[in-house]
Design a protein. Structure first.
Length: 477
């Protein structure tokens, strides 16, 4: 391969080319893909009967990821890339310390018998999320692996949107087949409705969780479409990425959900500055045409969506969120810094339709600040990567992950996202992937510097600055 690599090809480091061989075809991208499939493809209310609430397949695989990460840290290994400081690592450590201190304080105060088991289960859920975050942050170190996950996350979002559309038009959950699988427990639920329309939930437990999963995939789908799936060779399948974008937009519009519309706006606004102007027009005009088609072909949809916002002040869920804010000081008064204890605040005390408020009650001001700090640290890594990588595709990927993360963070203000497996798992996965872009950008800097150092003595006509090229992939493993 030429040192300059033309105008479209990124040179591939030895680490990228040999990573599959070293790990026998199983690497962090593969392990996280398995987690994504278990999280999105298997209904969230399906558990392994013998394990009860601990039997969700995605949660169990998250614990496997944590064990896998610990083993990898204990192994002696050569440093084939420059170590990169990750601010997220320290903020996440502080979050874990607050959780453990809060849990210990709650147990020492004494808890009703029916609160001990939920609190212990909450710690195991956090351990599972930790495995996902750590493997994503430390395991995704090459552009190729990051591109694979962008594609697969976009496909997962589009597939979930397609299922939601089928539920919307059929009025059924279409998941009853899971009840016939031996060894699995399935909590059957009927399709929710709002007005005369079915509220799709896909494989999620609740329509709000479904809306979060679908809308948060939009920045990744758009970025994959703009960059033709992050592949360098011309492909006749590139147009399919725009179909994924259309499916997600359509599913968001017919979700009959105020938060889904808000999330859609946040995702688009957060991503638009990061894509070329011509594609902003494509998304704007195409989205407007799609919305007009929905309102024209589905009678009553326009009025229903308008009433969601005009009647928000009289909506029970909005009133509940407003009333909840007034009660926060009451619940925080006994322990404002570390809260009531992670997982100990049960719905019988109060139902908060706001993940950030509930987290503040359970982990106090310190816990809430730590989780906010995790989101900001991950986004800071994406901004750093966008500013330091010489390759345009790494910049695009970093901005897409950041837009995805900010969308999830905003939507957590509309429901208790950490209590639902799909939305919580996606939050920690996106935090880890967003932070991983710092390592990839740092490797890009080193690789480009070494190319210039090697190329200039041999090629006097080598330009001073290598062009920002579309990166090569090693293949979708």
């Amino acid at each position: 391969m030429s040192l300059l690599a033309g105008s479209r090809i990124r040179p591939i480091s030895a680490e990228t080319a040999t990573s599959t061989e070293r790990h026998g075809g199983v690497n962090a991208a593969t392990m996280l893909t398995v987690y994504l499939v278990l999280l999105v493809a298997i209904p969230s209310n399906v558990t392994i009967s013998a394990l009860g609430s601990l039997g969700r397949p995605s949660m169990l695989w998250g614990l496997v990821l944590l064990f896998w990460w610990v083993l990898s840290r204990l192994q002696a290994r050569a440093l084939d890339t420059r170590p990169v400081r990750q601010p997220l690592r320290w903020v996440f450590l502080a979050f874990l310390v607050v959780v453990l201190v809060s849990f210990a304080a709650a147990m020492l105060r004494g808890q009703p018998a029916d609160q001990i088991s939920p609190a212990t289960t909450a710690l195991l859920r956090l351990a599972s999320w930790s495995g996902v975050l750590l493997v994503a942050m430390d395991g995704i170190r090459t552009y190729s692996d990051a591109a694979i996950l962008v594609r697969r996350l976009a496909i997962a979002g589009a597939a979930l949107a397609a299922l939601g559309l089928a539920q919307f038009f059929s009025g059924q959950t279409l998941l009853d087949w899971t009840t016939s699988i031996p060894g699995l427990a399935f909590e059957a639920t009927e399709a929710a409705t709002r007005g005369s329309f079915t509220r799709a939930s896909g494989t999620a437990i609740h329509p709000l969780e479904y809306g979060t999963a679908v809308v948060s995939a939009l920045p990744l789908a758009i970025t994959a479409a703009v960059n033709r799936g992050f592949r360098t060779t011309p492909s006749r399948h590139a147009v399919w990425w725009w179909l994924a974008v259309a499916l997600i937009l359509l599913a968001s519009l017919v979700a009959v959900s105020r938060s889904a519309i808000i999330g859609l706006a946040v995702a688009v606004v957060a991503l638009l500055p990061a894509i070329p102007t011509i594609y902003r027009w494509v998304i704007g005009v195409g989205g407007a045409i799609l919305a007009l088609a929905v309102f024209a072909l589905i009678p009553g949809m326009f009025g229903t969506i308008v009433n969601l916002f005009l009647g928000a002040s009289n909506d029970p869920s909005t009133q509940s969120r407003t009333a909840a804010l007034a009660r926060v000081p009451e619940f925080l008064s006994s322990s404002p810094l570390i809260g009531q204890g992670f997982g100990t605040f049960l719905p019988r005390y109060y139902i908060f339709d706001d993940a950030w408020v509930l987290l503040t009650v359970e982990l106090g001001i310190l816990g809430a600040l730590c989780l906010v700090g995790m989101v900001l640290a991950a986004m800071g890594s994406a901004v750093w990567a966008s500013g330091h990588s010489p390759f345009q595709d790494t910049k695009s990927m970093s901005r897409a992950f950041a837009a995805c993360l900010v969308t999830i963070a905003v939507l957590f203000a509309f429901f208790d996202g950490l209590s639902f497996p799909m939305s919580a798992g996606l939050l920690f996965l996106m935090i880890g992937l967003t932070a991983s872009m710092r390592s990839i950008a740092a490797a890009d800097e080193v690789l480009t510097a070494s190319m210039r150092y090697t190329a200039r003595p041999e090629r006097p006509d080598t330009p001073a600055d290598l062009p920002p090229a579309r990166s090569a992939t090693v293949g979708d493993r």
